[in-house]
Design a protein around this ligand. Structure first.
Ligand SMILES: [Zn+2]
Length: 392
């Protein structure tokens, strides 16, 4: 029997498995029944001949996630691997959470999947428990027919795609030693097509209009093709090859900048940056003016601060002049070093930022206050009722 024959003969198993998956209402938010579904998925992968592990997210990590639900709703991801001795590994990823069911459901309950006229109706059948069931059946087919794929197979079933993926795919990428050479994200919506890339950054549908002109007076016409070519080239400038988060502290007295790039801007990243600043200014009193972003006030940051009496925080509205100084510097960095650059990787971008910062510091001078302290205070007092605490 070939794997394809196996699949044809087991279509009822596919439907049954999908129904079992849909009956576990993994609604996110808040992240219901993750424990049950990941136990089920781990068993299914093992049953299909993979080494499989369920990886719980430790509370210490989960609490740093943006979601409020980790305490009552533990997070898990499932990893499976089947070695075939091949040099390369193909990875399949699917998320097992579903968005909440709303409105009226015409086919009984959203979590009691009904089959009608060859269609199955249930929350998550398309997005994306159907993909999970298909993969499991395909893996069973490989095992049952003793087929030997020309690649190792790696699988991840991840949490929280419907919210932020922070403790799901993102955590797996950062913390699990994956072996993937290629990844198939099994997200549906494209029918039988396989798309390259996931979602994309910019989607455009462009119609360019020209104006015809007589050959003797071409200057009166507009060439649509030329305009379109110009647009395509302009989009090249728009291309991003990854992003980075820059933390920067400006020494008001000298204008010198202490910067650090991080992959993210969580409370942990901020704390790492504070340590960096602490090393840069190892002695004496240190007064740090910063804005009211929540990551500046996490318990970890507060504990760190409490243990360092020489360091004092001063929170200020984002519109106040103190913050404008560093904002101005970010503007200069952006204009002089980033905006027109083409960076092929995050590494190149970070190198450019570091080089610019070093160059800046070599010739640094403080920003000059253009208003007197009295004028600034008067303005601050006037503005107080409408103080802006928008995030940076
Ligand atoms: Zn999805």
């Amino acid at each position: 029997m070939t794997p394809f024959q196996y699949l044809d003969r087991h279509s009822a198993d596919l439907v049954a498995l999908l129904q079992r998956l849909v009956r576990v209402p993994t609604v996110n938010p808040p992240g219901d029944h993750y424990e049950a579904i990941t136990a089920l998925l781990t068993r299914e992968l093992r049953g299909a001949g993979l080494q499989a592990r369920r990886l719980p997210i430790p509370h210490a990590v989960a609490r740093k996630g943006p979601g409020p639900d980790w305490r009552t709703h533990p997070r898990y991801n499932v990893i499976g691997f089947r070695a075939t001795g091949a040099p390369k590994t193909l990875h399949f990823n699917a998320h097992y959470d579903v968005v909440p069911a709303g409105g009226r459901w015409r086919h009984g309950s959203p979590f009691e999947p009904a089959v009608e006229d060859g269609w199955i109706y249930g929350r998550g059948t398309a997005d994306m428990k159907g993909s999970i069931a298909s993969l499991v059946l395909a893996l069973r087919a490989l095992q049952a027919t003793a087929a030997s794929p020309r690649c190792n197979i790696e699988v991840s079933f991840t949490a929280d795609e419907e919210t932020d993926s922070f403790l799901g795919a993102s955590w797996v990428v950062d913390h699990v030693p994956l072996r993937a050479d290629y990844v198939v994200v099994m997200e549906g919506g494209e029918g039988r097509h396989i798309g390259c890339g996931h979602n994309g950054v910019v989607w455009l549908n462009v119609v360019v209009h020209g104006r015809p002109a007589h050959g003797s007076t071409p200057e009166q016409g507009v060439n649509a093709f030329e305009k379109m070519a110009g647009l395509v080239l302009a989009l090249e400038d728009y291309k991003r090859n990854g992003t980075t988060c820059l933390f920067a502290a400006l020494e008001v007295g000298t204008g010198r900048v202490t910067g650090q790039t991080r992959a993210r801007h969580t409370g942990d990243d901020f704390l790492a940056f504070l340590r960096h600043v602490e090393d840069a200014y190892p002695a004496g009193e240190l007064h740090v003016v910063l804005d009211n972003v929540s990551t500046h006030k996490t318990p970890a940051v507060q504990n760190w601060l409490a243990a360092r009496p020489r360091i004092t925080f001063h929170f200020t509205p984002t519109s106040a002049s103190w913050m404008n100084q560093i904002e101005t510097w970010f503007g200069i960095l952006s204009r002089q070093a980033i905006r027109r650059g083409a960076f092929r990787s995050v590494k190149e971008l970070v190198a450019r930022i570091d080089a610019f910062t070093a160059q800046w510091n070599a010739g640094a001078s403080p920003f000059a206050w253009v208003k007197s302290a009295d004028e600034i205070l008067a303005k601050a007092v006037r503005k107080r009722p409408g103080i802006s605490e928008s995030q940076q």
